[in-house]
Design a protein around this ligand. Structure first.
Ligand SMILES: O=C(O)CCC(=O)C(=O)O
Length: 214
């Protein structure tokens, strides 16, 4: 894989989540080939979620890959990690090198078109620990990721294009929520992989903040 050198590092400030953006970290044809292989070969889940007494399909397809024994629970959905596939393991190596961070799992989200989405939430489940570093790789059509501070004092948005990596640090999950909203303009699909380091969940407690997603 060939990786780009340019990137944008945020200032640590109140107005933006602490992040490092590597636009075009991967380029076509690698992105296209990787996306096709992963979408074709992954055993996708289509979970349902119950919020406020109503049950809905999760508006995207998902999968969790990782080291043996990794489990992730969000919004009352439990995912046991399946083994790393060869292309995803290769992407992990590249993303770990770029972010200088080790990851033991990845949550894959396949947005089939603009009707698919990811609701407002933070990745703040107990197994992620405090102030986790999360690296997000996007493949396929560009989608906007929006952030809003939990205290309502700032918003921020970033267009994530094919091959971009966004590394989120420290305050990104603690002080901010994020979403990928539905868009009638988007007619093609996008694959997003968020690499995480997950520890065991120390108890069965729910997350301390109401950061549910749909
Ligand atoms: O699709 C994205 O860029 C965001 C994914 C996300 O928020 C998550 O997996 O927690």
């Amino acid at each position: 894989m060939r990786f780009v050198a340019n990137s944008t590092r945020s200032d640590v400030s109140h107005s933006q989540p602490d992040h490092h953006w590597f636009p075009g970290f991967l380029a076509p044809p690698v992105t296209t080939e990787m996306m096709a292989a992963i979408c074709r070969d992954t055993p996708w889940r289509h979970d349902t979620i119950t919020l406020f007494g109503q049950t809905h399909d999760v508006p995207r397809l998902t999968a969790l890959m990782g080291d043996e024994g990794v489990t992730y629970r969000y919004s009352r959905i439990t995912m046991e990690a399946i083994a790393w596939s060869a292309p995803v393991a290769e992407l992990r190596r590249g993303v770990e090198e770029k972010s200088e961070t080790r990851f033991n799992s990845v949550l894959l989200n396949w947005y089939r078109d603009g009707r698919d989405s990811n609701g407002w939430h933070a990745d703040d489940e107990p197994e992620l620990g405090e102030e986790p570093v999360i690296a997000s790789l996007s493949l396929g059509v560009t989608r906007t990721m929006r952030f809003r501070r939990r205290d309502g004092e700032a918003t921020f948005a970033i267009d994530l294009a094919d091959g971009d990596v966004l590394v989120m640090y420290g305050d990104s999950q603690r002080d901010w929520l994020h979403t990928v909203a539905k868009s009638t303009r988007v007619t093609r699909d996008r694959l997003n992989l968020t690499f995480r380091l997950m520890g065991p969940r120390s108890n069965d407690a729910a997350p301390t903040t109401p950061s549910r997603r749909q």
